[in-house]
Ligand binder design. Structure first.
Ligand code: FAD
Length: 395
């Protein structure tokens, strides 16, 4: 595997050669992909150098030191975090050629079409249907909570192709052109004031069979790859000590501590210090998991990281709002009903959004089930419908 020193040398050389196009996102990131420095844990020729996930931090630090601050999570979180690894693992060479580079540059934003109104945690039970018609599939159904669907060119679609086998066995997975006839995207407004996610209605949408990822009926296996990568992405990237939500808590604590009574001061100092320690533990645990992970599909450690990060984010944001007192109940200026992420720039906005951290990408209860079953080896959740043909499950 490539060493950190060699990676750093290549990143510096790349930076020197491409400084003049640094402001052009598509051109710069395209060149970064071609140099294997975009997703270093991907294979050579596909944006990477066969390194570990953690080694991306070596490249990113050098780019940052040179004033290049493109952020995967802002540019194309679902495409880079989940679409690219899924296409890499299950896509044909044509699909890899067509999509991977454009996902990384941000030319094509991607979304994930898994959840449906009746099925979120139990996504294997979704009722949307694809029926074969020659070389094409005709899809009907409704998706929900589809983050970024309103700006996406492509979506990862999980749908049922065979209702007469058990639920996990009758699913197939497709790359969906979000501008295809029959795809209708409607915004859903959240309590943060934004509409970053949507309902997506699929009416007689035709998808060519060449756009299938994985075998027919093997969609669940492909979906697991997407979900495992999603959890790693949601657990967060390598971050400096004391940064992110915990930095904000420390800032608010410093603003408020002088006006506290001695008792209040002692109680809050204890709470802030406890949260700081927890944040550091989560940061180091995620960091260690990423250092260890090489290419391929991540294991349950991503779910553990996602659980810990989401619950911590909620506790820290709650502490911030409590520290703010009555002010924490006010909507700060810059809080319009938007379709962007403006509320994330405010303390109350981040507090409201942190509730979603424990739901998106699988709820904390589901993460605990995975942790219990796949890491600790505890008895499994009660499952009464896994061997029954989907069409016979009471709806
Ligand atoms: C901000 C945000 C963005 C999202 N983006 C997307 C997206 O881009 N694409 C997409 O497909 N989906 C997306 N989702 C949907 C998300 O994946 C689902 O909301 C989530 O999986 C939960 O499903 P549900 O909402 O149907 O809740 P349900 O599954 O109905 O769960 C309701 C409650 O029951 C609990 N529960 C359910 N099953 C069990 C069990 N077996 N054991 C213990 N407790 C259980 C849950 O933890 C939860 O508390 C997003 C959600 C959010 C909040």
């Amino acid at each position: 595997m490539i060493t950190d020193d060699e990676l750093a040398r290549r990143a510096k050389e790349f930076m020197d050669a491409n400084r003049s196009i640094a402001d052009d996102q598509f051109a710069f990131r395209g060149a970064q992909y071609d140099a294997g420095l975009g997703m270093v844990h991907f294979p050579e020729g596909r944006g990477g150098l066969g390194g570990s996930r953690g080694q991306q931090a070596v490249v990113d630090a050098i780019l940052r030191d040179n004033g290049v601050t493109y952020d995967d999570l802002r540019i194309n979180p679902i495409g880079i975090g989940m679409g690219a690894p899924t296409v890499l693992m299950y896509g044909s060479e044509e699909l890899k050629d067509k999509h991977l580079r454009r996902i990384f540059t941000g030319e094509d934003i991607w979304c994930q079409l898994f959840s449906e109104p009746t099925h979120g945690s139990d996504v294997a039970g979704i009722p949307s249907r694809a029926v074969r018609d020659g070389d094409e599939w005709v899809v009907n159904g409704q998706k929900v909570w589809t983050t970024l669907a309103h700006v996406s060119n492509f979506g990862m679609l999980l749908t049922r192709t065979n209702p007469d086998v058990p639920k996990h066995k009758g699913l197939s997975y497709f790359v969906l052109d979000m501008h295809a006839p029959g795809v209708e995207v409607r915004p859903l407004f959240q309590m943060t004031g934004e509409a970053e996610f949507n309902e997506v209605f699929l009416t007689d949408v035709r998808i060519d069979d060449s756009l299938r990822l994985g075998e027919e009926g093997e969609g669940w296996r492909v979906a697991i790859t997407t979900l495992m990568n999603e959890r790693v992405a949601l657990a967060g990237g390598p971050s400096p000590r004391g940064s992110g939500p915990i930095a904000e808590l420390v800032r608010v604590w410093r603003e408020r501590r002088d006006s506290m009574s001695p008792t209040e001061y002692a109680v809050w100092r204890d709470r802030v210090a406890g949260l700081w320690v927890d944040a550091e533990i989560v940061r180091l645990t995620n960091f260690r998991a990423k250092q260890a992970a090489v290419g391929g599909s991540p294991g349950p450690e991503g779910s553990v990281g996602k659980l810990a990060s989401a619950e911590l984010s909620k506790r820290i944001n709650e502490a911030i709002v409590e520290l703010l007192g009555a002010e924490g109940m006010l909507h700060e200026p810059g809080y319009p009903m938007t379709r962007s992420s403006e509320s994330m720039g405010t303390r109350t906005g981040r507090f409201l959004r942190s509730r979603a951290n424990t739901i998106e990408g699988g709820t904390s209860e589901i993460m605990r089930n995975i942790l219990g079953e796949r890491v600790l080896g505890l008895p499994g959740d009660v499952r009464v419908d896994t061997d029954v043909p989907w069409s016979e499950i009471p709806k």
